[in-house]
Design a protein around this ligand. Sequence first.
Ligand SMILES: Cc1ncc(COP(=O)(O)O)c(C=O)c1O
Length: 338
Amino acid sequence: MPLTTVDTTLDSLPAVARETHSTSRLVTRLEQLRKTLRPTPHVPLAVEGMNLFAKLEFVNPVGSIKDRPALWILKRAAERGEICDDTTVIESSSGNFASALAAYTRLVGLRFIPVIDPNISTTYESFLRRLCPTVVKVEERDDTGGFLKTRLEMVEHLCATIPNAYWTNQYGNRDAAEAHYELTASEVCADFDALDYVFIGVSTAGTIAGMSRRLKERYPKVRIVAVDSEGSVIFGGPPRKRHIPGVGSSIVPPLLADAKIDDAVLIPERETVRACHELLANHGLFVGGSSGTAFAAVKRYAARMAGAKRPTVLFVCADRGTPYLDTVFDPTWATKLE
Ligand SMILES: Cc1ncc(COP(=O)(O)O)c(C=O)c1O
């Protein structure tokens, strides 16, 4: 038996050492989780006139493209010492980003308060309520007819009133774009020798900012086509009430300035619904609204894909169809769209 024992439990450490210990534990755990983000598949679709591939982002662990920025933002924030074990993470989300944050914060032992609105699908809402002790749902529409501005005001209020609050700010956080530069786009680069067109749905613009930059480095001639919903203001169109979450926005997202975009296509929601049904019936892909919107944009754009050879085209399937069962895949709901 030694004469003196060294007590290395957390309680015995001075405050500074305790902080370093807990911070590095958080960083290590987040880095371990990052390794669980495996490359998502690129599957071919039989379509006339092009070699079309879908990138299946719903294969990510929590189920959407937002797994990548959620984990990457937490990891970077922990590395910089901006979050620690006492942090309460706060975020506004229409579903996927909040779901990813809910899962990952829980896996590393952080508190998370999602701010949602009535457009959220029941699937996401019940997922969030299972995982998070507090869920804040705003009810008032903003001046564009959407809920985003109201949600962001609520985030501001919560950050001002909750101790050790941290807003991941998916709308302006460059770490979100970095996630897609490093992970999402790098997987594409590893799989394709050549690429002519890539269609990406836009909301916060994190995906298109990161992917477009990386893809333009690898394929200098690739054309990046941004896909948006009619009624969204991202590309300067007049605001109108929209119903399908995931694509579009009632603000111009700051990350858009970092994207390298060649063209933008705006799709009406009825066309999104038809495209989602076509992906399911003809191509065996049960995917969500932004995937249908991107596929509709590919079809609209096909005539403009000039060139002697058959182009290689990729579009992003950001999430699965399940959360859209009571909207896009409900025939009664769909007939009410303008
Ligand atoms: C289903 C879905 N598709 C596309 C997007 C758009 O991605 P980004 O916010 O990176 O522009 C989102 C964003 O929430 C989404 O949930």
